[in-house]
Design a protein around this ligand. Sequence first.
Ligand SMILES: Cc1cc2nc3c(=O)[nH]c(=O)nc-3n(C[C@H](O)[C@H](O)[C@H](O)COP(=O)(O)O)c2cc1C
Ligand SMILES: [Fe+2]
Ligand SMILES: [Fe+2]
Length: 414
Amino acid sequence: MNCSDLRGLSPGPRQIASGVFWAGVNDCVKDLFESLWPIPDGVSYNAYVVVGSEGAAVIDGVDEHLAYEYVEKVREIVGDLGRVKYLVVNHLEPDHHASTPRLLDLARNASVLVSSVGAKIIGSLYRVPEDRIVEVKDGERVDLGGRTLRFVYTPWLHWPETMMTYVEEEGVLFSCDAFGSFGALVRGIFDDEVDLEYYLEEAKRYFSNIVLKYSRNVLEAIDKIEKLGLEIRVLAPSHGPVYRKHVDKVVSLYRDLSQPKLCARATVVYGSMYGRTEEVARAVAETLERSGASVNLVDAARTHPSYSLRLIVESAAVVFVFPTYDASVFPPVREVMNYLYVKQAGRGRLAAILNTFSWGPSAREAVDVLSRAGFQVVEPVVTTKSMLSPEDRKKIEELAERVSSELRRFGSCA
Ligand SMILES: Cc1cc2nc3c(=O)[nH]c(=O)nc-3n(C[C@H](O)[C@H](O)[C@H](O)COP(=O)(O)O)c2cc1C
Ligand SMILES: [Fe+2]
Ligand SMILES: [Fe+2]
């Protein structure tokens, strides 16, 4: 059964630790997350509820069209919504808080706990009465009666206001977008109930689409959690599975992608209208493969940038092969470059550039955008006419060999 077969249904509330519950929903309606990233298998918005002897706290929420389902789950857990004392806002993006005005209308005693930056910007996103907003400091604790919430500021994951919330007695960390994954939760909610390989693959795509630009902040957050000695028995992100058996797997995955820890892999991103440039791309890919590198060949016109980014985050080198089109870089290849610039994805990675043309090259535009994206551009940049001369073939071969030799600095890929 996949997400659309569920017609938006998701698992009922589940206990994830003593006094801690999952109250999330699946979104099987949206085609594009953030109107950008394909989610053919949907996405989950994981909200949670922590229940103590003196009241309950709701941790984050869901997108607007699923607010009803979420509120009913919270009600099922707490019995009476009047028992909700707090709504914790780890991150203000509407996939987590478009439901907040509705919850606050019904949970009349609930205050909104938000970071200092969050307190400044919440009003720019939602209508929340000011007297219900309470700023919590980094490290501050809130006692629910036998269940203590501790707030840990982890800014810029991937907005400025982000924080995580930790349940001290149970070792549950609500990490919001960090450690998240695309994919609705159709066979269960825990890492040991679902097809974990699938979600870890989708975590790579989620990381590269949403979090990549903030890699340094991911590393800082992981360091901070370790330095604080917060033992994570249950890692509860806001998208994808709840980790109780394989916490280390998803934390290492995010750490490795953020560093970035890379092996000798190259992604060749090409576009070609009439086949000449594709021939160049294939020749480069073959040379790289012969040298022992692991190679992905991506036809940018037929691959959504979401998937190209996913391959690029695991690549030490990206080779761009494109024709000139109306005096510019062929648009589908240019689109990938634009995303790489927006995400500042070049850090720690090499770029090589091969441009075919008939009357004017467009390689300079590529050098410019890729340098601004943080790539180290491998020299020389190769431009050739559409009809390749023997010298052109030599230049192409030489650049591919140069990339191969640069890749030898990286270990071979497992
Ligand atoms: C619609 C279109 C626009 C083009 N614009 C340019 C251009 O502005 N400058 C140029 O030198 N070549 C231009 N070309 C030629 C191609 O860049 C060149 O022939 C290239 O090698 C074609 O590669 P392909 O066979 O992989 O499609 C254009 C070709 C097409 C079809
Ligand atoms: Fe977000
Ligand atoms: Fe999110």
